[in-house]
Design a protein around this ligand. Sequence first.
Ligand SMILES: *[C@@H]1O[C@H](CO)[C@@H](O)[C@H](O)[C@H]1NC(C)=O
Ligand SMILES: *[C@@H]1O[C@H](CO)[C@@H](O)[C@H](O)[C@H]1NC(C)=O
Ligand SMILES: *[C@@H]1O[C@H](CO)[C@@H](O)[C@H](O)[C@H]1NC(C)=O
Ligand SMILES: *[C@@H]1O[C@H](CO)[C@@H](O)[C@H](O)[C@H]1NC(C)=O
Length: 484
Amino acid sequence: MTMAVASVVVRLVPLTFLFLTIVAAAAPATGTAHFLGISYGTLGDDLPAPHRALELARSAGAAAVRFYDSNATLLAAAAASGLGFVPGVPNELLISLAASQRAADAWVASTLLPFRRNPRLRYLFVGNEVLSDPTAKSRWSRLVPAMANLRRALRRYGMRRVKVSTTLGMDALVGQNVFPPSAGEFRADIVDVAVRPLLAFLERTGSYLFVDTYTYFTWSANHTIVPLTYALLEPSPAPGYQYHDPATGLSYTNLLDHMLDAVVAAMCRAGHCGVRLALAETGWPNAGDLDQFGANVRNAATYNRNVARHLASGAGTPRRPGMRMPAFVFALFNEDLKGGPGTERHWGLFYPNASAVYEVDLAGRRPAASYPPLPPATNDLPYPGKLWCVVRTDRRGEIANETAVKEQVAAACADEAALCDPVRPGGECHLPDTMAAHASYVFSAHWNRFSKQYGGWCYFRGLAVETTVDPSHGSCIFPSVIPG
Ligand SMILES: *[C@@H]1O[C@H](CO)[C@@H](O)[C@H](O)[C@H]1NC(C)=O
Ligand SMILES: *[C@@H]1O[C@H](CO)[C@@H](O)[C@H](O)[C@H]1NC(C)=O
Ligand SMILES: *[C@@H]1O[C@H](CO)[C@@H](O)[C@H](O)[C@H]1NC(C)=O
Ligand SMILES: *[C@@H]1O[C@H](CO)[C@@H](O)[C@H](O)[C@H]1NC(C)=O
């Protein structure tokens, strides 16, 4: 996460009522609300108009929509739709909102006052994955003060029902480790400065810790050991896979409960066992790059349908049986303007043209057998060969924007100058001396070098594409990536 890859700066997903006193690890099952909503991200070209988007959310059975900012048009449309809605406070505002009660009052007055009497405004997310961003550490200690100021402002304006929270990525845990769940522990660099104050605030105000939990990432990092069925919440073939946590004696039948219990363990270890847990994001990509095995429509539909049914059942997790919680699936649309690997642009239940990628009932009531058949999964195993990353060209072999490609090549060479030696005069790959040939070499070399690190994707602002065809020629050998 800390590597400065100038060519691709993007957040990887690569990714949320009323009790005050809760003792011990088991949160009370009664009185807490369950619903499954959907994240309404807007980083796409030609997305449907807000009223249409909200109709689509409702048609998928969503009870609420979650936003990443507080766009007045979108909030007004959501408030009128009858769905629950969750505004977001952008990370950039945290420092000023923490510094001044007046700033927090003004933000609430200008943004939320029109919805003062709307009972479907129940949560406010202050910042998004703030503790995942090591380039903005100055915000970490300001998170809870900003939340506290906003909470006071909400009360001042008669909105005490609105619970103030924030979202954490699973990278809040040491090494993102969830094996076994009881080993879950918050990172040392955030635990004192932000996590303990956050948990104390949430406990005191009866709010929830909202986490972004993707079994897809944990499974794909460990697919040789963790069965896909476990990550998809599917019944596994007999004799049935279960994960046993030796420290607690608890058995797990799915990776979502397993990961949530790792967060519970981390909260307990930090001295705040009583905080309620909720899901700000979960989901599964419906497509991705050649190296992103398991990203397909069949798995995405299976996962989201199973999650909807599991959460609606109220079963809870082994560590918190009966736990019910607010939760949001990511995301409403495939968002084509997001950077990073191909999966980033394919989390949606809908294409931008409003047709469904697959059917799902987020209310969790529709029986599995009533859905139409899904396309077969063709990429559940890693691509069994080498891959290269080349510049995207049109049918005539021309690149769309030479200036942009030049910039991406320069950025890649700045990450590690020696990567680009072969295309310099006298190098093995200098000829043919064209922008396209040089860019393809540099993209492949950069991907090969950084593919195991955050930011090391075959993307380059959408100017690159993965290929199974070796572009090497003569003594010019293109570096490759072996998936899995
Ligand atoms: C708010 O969202 C609307 C509808 O998507 C969009 O047209 C508008 O530009 C957005 N406003 C801001 C300030 O981002
Ligand atoms: C993979 O799973 C095993 C247990 O099934 C666990 O011990 C190991 O730590 C996991 N590895 C990663 C990278 O998560
Ligand atoms: C919508 O877009 C998807 C993906 O590009 C495409 O497969 C589908 O045919 C489109 N549907 C309509 C009705 O245009
Ligand atoms: C080409 O890329 C440059 C640099 O990223 C950008 O400023 C320019 O608008 C692009 N041109 C076109 C036609 O897209």
